[in-house]
Design a protein around this ligand. Sequence first.
Ligand code: V47
Length: 354
Amino acid sequence: MDLIQKVKNKERLNQKEGKALYDLDLYTLGELADSIRKEKYGKKSYFNINRHINPTNVCADICKFCAYSASRKNPNQYTMSHEQILDIVKHSYANGAKEVHIVSAHNPNDGPEWYMGAFRKIKTLYPDLHIKAMTAAEVDFLTRQYGLSYDEVLDMMIESGVDSMPGGGAEIFDEKVREYLCKGKVTSDQWLQIHQKWHERGRQSNATMLFGHVETKAHRIDHMLRLRDLQDKTGGFNAFIPLVYQRDNNFLKVTHFPTGQEILKTYAIARILLDNIPHIKAYWASASINLALIAQEFGCDDLDGTIEKESIQSAAGAASSHGMKLEDFIGLIKNSGFIPVERDSLYNELKSYA
Ligand code: V47
């Protein structure tokens, strides 16, 4: 059957068909993705008031694409004390943040108690603040470093007040590309296993895909389909977040970068293929705010949040280091023809700015 008709009939696509979606022209693909988005969310575009905190950039693992971790290209090591983390949280909470998104490098000098102690202190002081923390890569790092099991680390996270897990560390699941990008870090199977275990505890998480570097279109489809398979089993993923690769200050040699069209096609394909993951996030810090606004017409229904301070994408060249002012964010979404809807971290609607 014709591929377009199959999408219109909401039939599931396989690897070959997923890849063939890239051959459709941008507008046809955009229309298909937009009609799915419209059916689910109309003109609503979700965001949250959040604060990203990256407590340390000292890392035992080496990912060629990373400009954030301390290295010979970024010699300024830092590790925050709990007091410093709590100061940031205090300030953000007072300014209306409803979520802290806490992701660290893999610091061999900081044990599980440094991570868990910080979460516990935040939760005790701000019980209604959602803590989204610990990528599967960090969970795996703690198990390797301290001889713990995944179950032990995940249970510690729950006891310490972590509410949901961010989607980082997924990169690209294809084993050969992964070996080239980030040998020694959490494997694809392990990343999926950790999220499965988290979901089996009744918890939710997100999933990312880092694209636009050395991977092929087929690798992107394979990545999405592995997530779709796990989601069939657990239903625990809230959002899929394609992260556009930023090219500065790192150790990855890339010769071809995707065009804006290819980035938009990737968002649209995610919306079509991932029929079981409710939200597709155009993370403005990696897509740029302008492209993220356009991505709302190509299947994306979520733009992440105000962020306040961003260190990972901006270290590699993105214009996101200061986050976005709430009124600017709302204005931009409105002017792009969508209805900004503030959500909580689990996508309950809090306030519509229609
Ligand atoms: O896993 C690192 C990526 C991720 C670069 O769950 C890079 O809601 C682009 O996971 N260019 C961390 N990306 C960020 C992340 C995230 C962000 C926003 C929301 C959520 C969520 C999760 O950043 C890492 C890695 O894939 N990254 N270096 C780079 N040069």
